[in-house]
Design a protein around this ligand. Structure first.
Ligand SMILES: Nc1ncnc2c1ncn2[C@@H]1O[C@H](COP(=O)(O)OP(=O)(O)OP(=O)(O)O)[C@@H](O)[C@H]1O
Ligand SMILES: [Mg+2]
Length: 330
């Protein structure tokens, strides 16, 4: 069974009254006949144990989708199954197996970090013994243990976000939903969160996250859906998404002395060799295969390598290319 199954999901909003315009511009394709088609017929599955990312520009429909998946919003049409339970109709069953860190969520500011966790644990029926044990482990993991007695209103943004993750993990969920988990955080807080997402996923937790951050998507996600104007326009592994738009992969090679352009060109799977100031810019089909091939050949010629570097397409380039032409969402 898949962890999450989404079938033909649609969410329409009525347009805001005059003067109360939200993110939408009048020319957006999502807004026709006055209706805002925030999520426009999307279907996908998330496998158990997967980190699945929703990547898209502002107003693309990421938060609306996650809010339907977590039972906060009723879909206009379509269906979401979370471990076999309908996200809207079986909200209690869904809450029992999921943890959720919504966009713009907040902790209980007048409670300390520890009190926040104990309170949530109690609400969700975690036994006292387990609450105490789990709370301590989480606070230590998320580097909040020293500040556990401090009221959350005195926490920094990064600390609050880490506490929100602790809260979501307090019930030991099977699936964790994270809406922009590292947005606006400093490098250190973001790193703690990314490392722990990886750690929990390794232990078997399924993770669904939304992000604008290519680096987050690239380093964390097994698969990424790119969403724009409420539609999924690409769904694949980060590697394949990069390949999808890649013009080429290349190797820059500088040698101490002579190997000719033709010799390099005659090696396997070389698309093109350009002579540049200090050596060659070699366009290849597969970086890994070609590095081995080139290095092996150069060894046989007894020539020294002065410099070898690779150029791989970045996910950011792919993302921009994929959404290019679709116009802005806002
Ligand atoms: N409650 C609402 N009422 C009316 N329109 C809404 C509502 N919630 C979202 N929208 C609209 O739906 C569209 C999708 O918004 P959503 O918040 O899902 O985007 P997002 O991808 O999460 O964007 P961001 O990256 O800025 O968080 C936007 O045009 C937004 O204005
Ligand atoms: Mg959002």
């Amino acid at each position: 069974m898949s962890a999450i199954v989404v079938n033909n999901l649609v969410k329409h909003f009525k347009p805001p009254k005059r003067g109360k315009s939200r993110k939408m511009g009048p020319n957006s394709t999502q807004r026709t006949m006055g209706i805002i088609r925030a999520v426009d017929d999307i279907s996908f599955e998330v496998k158990k144990g997967e980190v699945f990312g929703f990547l898209g520009p502002n107003g693309a429909g990421k938060t609306t989708t996650i809010r339907m998946m977590t039972g906060v919003l009723k879909p206009t049409r379509g269906e979401i199954k979370i471990l076999g339970s309908n996200a809207w109709k079986n909200q209690i069953a869904v809450k029992q197996v999921t943890g959720n860190v919504p966009e713009l969520a907040n902790v209980y500011l007048d409670m300390s970090g520890l009190q926040n966790l104990m309170f949530i644990g109690e609400i969700y029926g975690v036994s006292k013994q387990e609450r105490i044990e789990r709370g301590e482990i989480l606070l230590k993991k998320f580097d909040l243990y020293e500040k556990r007695a401090l009221k959350a209103k005195k926490y920094s943004k990064g600390m609050k976000q880490r506490l929100l993750l602790c809260i979501a993990l307090m019930t030991n969920p099977k699936i964790l939903f994270l809406d922009e988990p590292t947005s606006g955080l400093d490098v250190q807080s973001a790193k703690i969160i990314k490392d722990l997402i990886k750690e929990y996923n390794k232990e078997g937790m399924t993770i669904f996250l939304t992000t604008h951050d290519m680096e987050v998507a690239n380093s964390l996600c097994d698969r990424i859906a790119i969403i724009n104007h409420g539609k999924i326009i690409s769904l694949d592994t980060p590697e394949n998404i990069k390949k999808l738009t890649q013009e080429y992969q290349a190797i820059d090679l500088h040698l101490v002395n002579g190997v000719s352009k033709q010799e390099i060109k005659d090696l396997r799977n070389i698309i093109e060799v350009q002579e540049v100031q200090e050596g060659f810019h070699i366009i290849v089909e597969d970086i890994h295969d070609s590095i081995c091939e080139i290095v092996d050949y150069i060894k046989t010629r007894n020539v020294k390598i002065k410099h070898l570097s690779t150029h791989k397409p970045k996910l950011e380039e792919a993302f921009l290319k994929i959404i290019e032409g679709g116009g802005k969402n806002e």
